[in-house]
Design a protein around this ligand. Structure first.
Ligand code: SF4
Ligand code: SF4
Length: 411
């Protein structure tokens, strides 16, 4: 039987896959730490339902993958029955298709169009309302209330990395976003180890996946074959220990731990796309005038889909609206995109009027200037921008073309 021990410390730690050692990890608003001696446990299929109920009992809004509109989307989960058991997806540049799977894998699909920023950095936020009273204009006291804490179920490695990127951008600079901070605080994360990759995934080359290494409370690896449907559970925080104590588990065997590790390694080997990150910043900075930008501009529709689905893109703009009587006004913050003309509008016109300049701005920010600003890449290799681009523009192919191509824009 494996033993779990806790001790207090100001540092938060998680458990490496091989167990035992104290390792610093990403954690937000949690001030405990953990020493765990091999905490890998086994949960059966029924235990997954009990885990969801344990999270609900603790007052979390449980958010997880579910099927809607022929896609895997994120939504509120009331029970494990809401999870997409028996579904898988096929992804390719500009293509996404949901299919029935012959087995009942709960996590048998890969990332869908939505990411967790839907909850942490929502698309539309009302900043304030105001009304006319007599001759004066009065801002109402409408501080946004953070929602009930979330429990995110099924967070993959690339999306955990994306959350860490948004934590850095929105909470760790001189100016903090209190809306993001209020929603992020206290989030309980049940991560999911990917055991398959889509054709558009390239997290292995970005060093963000497919293995979940830190930043979670619990991490599940689904083990499914003719004889078993189990989940290997890694514990990553004191809260994870407490929640798991309410669920019936068994100690994991060495064979089960090995099987889980091999499944994640297989998902990495499955990836057919990659970005060579060697000198990537310089590659982008040195090629502002490369003919490839005209080439991609000939295909790009500037629809902004890539920025909407990207789990790290954070740009917003502010809109004021009033009713027809002029008695009531509201200020809204909404997602915006560097692909729109209006985003770079200053008096007299847009700074980036051409498609070429907007695509170049997006890709140069993601892969180069983001590193200068925030210390990491702005791309975590989730592949969403490739799948959801209506014309199938592929960021990995664009990097390769810049790296390998002549100045004619063709690789
Ligand atoms: S740029 Fe594309 S692949 Fe990279 S994180 Fe954003 S959506 Fe994912
Ligand atoms: S790259 Fe694709 S998704 Fe992004 S703006 Fe252009 S057409 Fe739209």
């Amino acid at each position: 039987m494996h033993e779990t021990a806790l001790r207090s410390s100001p540092e938060v730690s998680t458990i490496p896959p091989d167990g035992g050692e104290l390792v610093p990890a990403i954690a937000y608003g949690v001030e405990v730490s953990l020493v765990v001696e091999n905490t890998q446990k086994i949960l059966d299929r029924g235990g997954l339902g009990t885990l969801v109920q344990a999270l609900l009992r603790r007052g979390y809004q449980v958010i997880g993958p579910t099927v809607r509109d022929k896609a895997i989307v994120l939504d509120q989960i009331e029970s494990d029955e809401d999870l997409p058991a028996g579904w898988t997806d096929e992804q390719a540049p500009g293509q996404y298709r949901l299919k029935r799977h012959e087995d009942k894998a709960v996590f048998g699909s890969v990332v869908g169009p939505q990411s967790w920023k839907k909850y942490l950095h929502p698309a539309d936020v009302k900043l304030w309302t105001a009304e006319r009273r007599g001759g004066s204009f009065r801002i109402l006291n409408n501080e946004p209330q953070p929602p009930r804490p979330y429990a995110f179920l099924g967070v993959r490695a690339c999306d955990l990395a994306a959350i860490a990127v948004q934590d850095r951008v929105l909470t760790q600079d001189k100016y903090h976003d209190p809306i993001y901070g209020g929603r992020r605080n206290g989030v309980f994360i049940v991560a999911q180890q990917c055991t398959q990759s889509a054709a558009t995934c390239f997290c292995a080359s970005m060093d963000t996946g497919p293995e979940v290494r830190s930043g979670f409370d619990l991490a599940l690896t689904e083990l499914l074959d003719d004889n078993q449907h189990l989940f290997l559970v890694q514990v990553g925080s004191a809260r994870g220990v407490q929640v798991l104590a309410e669920v019936e588990t068994a100690a994991a065997t060495a064979a089960q731990v090995g099987q889980a590790g091999k499944a994640v390694e297989a998902a990495a080997r499955q990836q057919v796309r990659s970005i060579d990150r060697t000198g990537i910043k310089e590659l982008l900075y040195d090629n502002f005038e490369h003919a490839r930008w005209e080439n991609v501009a000939g295909r790009c529709l500037t629809c902004a889909n890539c920025t909407m689905v990207c789990p790290t893109c954070f740009c917003t703009s502010v809109e004021d609206v009033s009713d027809v009587s002029g008695e009531h006004a509201e200020r809204w913050r909404r997602w915006d995109s560097c692909f729109t003309m209006s985003y770079s509008y200053i008096h007299g016109g847009s700074v980036r009027a051409s498609t070429k300049s907007r695509y170049r701005q997006w890709m140069t920010h993601k892969l180069a200037s983001w590193i200068d600003q925030f210390g990491t890449s702005g791309c975590v290799g989730c592949g969403r921008c490739i799948t959801w681009c209506p014309v199938g523009i592929d960021i990995t192919e664009e990097v390769r073309a810049l790296r390998e191509g002549g100045n004619d824009g063709n690789p």
